[in-house]
Design a protein around this ligand. Structure first.
Ligand SMILES: N[C@@H](CCC(=O)N[C@@H](CS)C(=O)NCC(=O)O)C(=O)O
Length: 213
């Protein structure tokens, strides 16, 4: 049986929801990510990147990276049509997914969650705390700009990459839900998208499993 490694508050929620949406047979293992479990030897032996989501598949092989796992699940359950097969639809889906992962998450929220990973690291900035404040401010700017870029799409369509649910919605959902948790107001169309996602049975089930409801 497939096994998803996840941690509270993480982006792994998007993959957990996807497993529910496709009706996969899977189990999960919760990691204390905040407590450093992703960097402890037992987990590093599974995923040397020290990150969730991590998916161990039926044959024991390990798949990492949100976009890769989501793509593989979508292609493994083609009847769910969660990744368009036409060139334009596939490219648009990956376009949104990559922007969420690489920019809004990787450059924006990462600065808020892990300011120490971004400069400046000099003694003066560290002593005054100014360094991490400016890193977080930059993160916020990247996030707000990213949300503003995606918002018009959601004014025209119900979903992140058009008129149907795709793997891009799972990615957009996880950054949308981080917004209010970090004092960020989502643009109106993303607020509506977040609400639509929260209303999905798969999302409700996963949030229950994560102990949020
Ligand atoms: N590029 C990775 C990023 C995954 C990632 O940043 N995961 C975070 C949680 S949202 C994590 O595992 N953090 C633990 C750590 O860095 O120690 C992906 O797309 O899957």
């Amino acid at each position: 049986m497939m096994k998803l490694f996840w941690g509270p508050h993480t982006c792994a929620i998007g993959i957990h929801i996807l497993l529910e949406e496709v009706g996969a047979d899977y189990e999960t293992e919760k990691l204390d990510v905040a407590g450093g479990a992703t960097h402890a030897p037992p987990f590093l032996a599974i995923n040397p990147k020290g990150k969730v989501p991590t998916l161990v598949r039926d044959d024991g092989s390990v798949l990492t990276e949100f976009g890769a796992i989501a793509t593989w699940l979508a292609r493994t359950y083609p009847e769910k049509a969660l990744l368009p097969t036409d060139a334009e639809g596939e490219a648009r889906t990956i376009e949104t997914l990559a922007y969420v992962e690489g920019t809004i998450h990787g450059q924006g929220f990462a600065r808020i969650f892990m300011p120490e990973m971004f400069g400046p690291q000099d003694v003066v900035h560290q002593a005054t705390g100014l360094g991490s404040r400016s890193v977080k401010a930059k993160g916020l700017e990247i996030i707000e700009r990213g949300f503003a870029i995606l918002d018009p799409m959601l004014a025209r369509h119900d979903f992140a990459a058009g008129n149907a649910l795709t793997i891009a919605d799972m990615a957009l959902f996880y950054v949308e839900r981080w917004a209010p948790q970090n004092g960020i107001t989502l643009p109106i169309n993303l607020q509506h998208h977040l609400r639509r996602m929260v209303a999905r049975p798969a999302v409700h089930k996963v949030r229950q499993l994560w102990g949020e409801l």
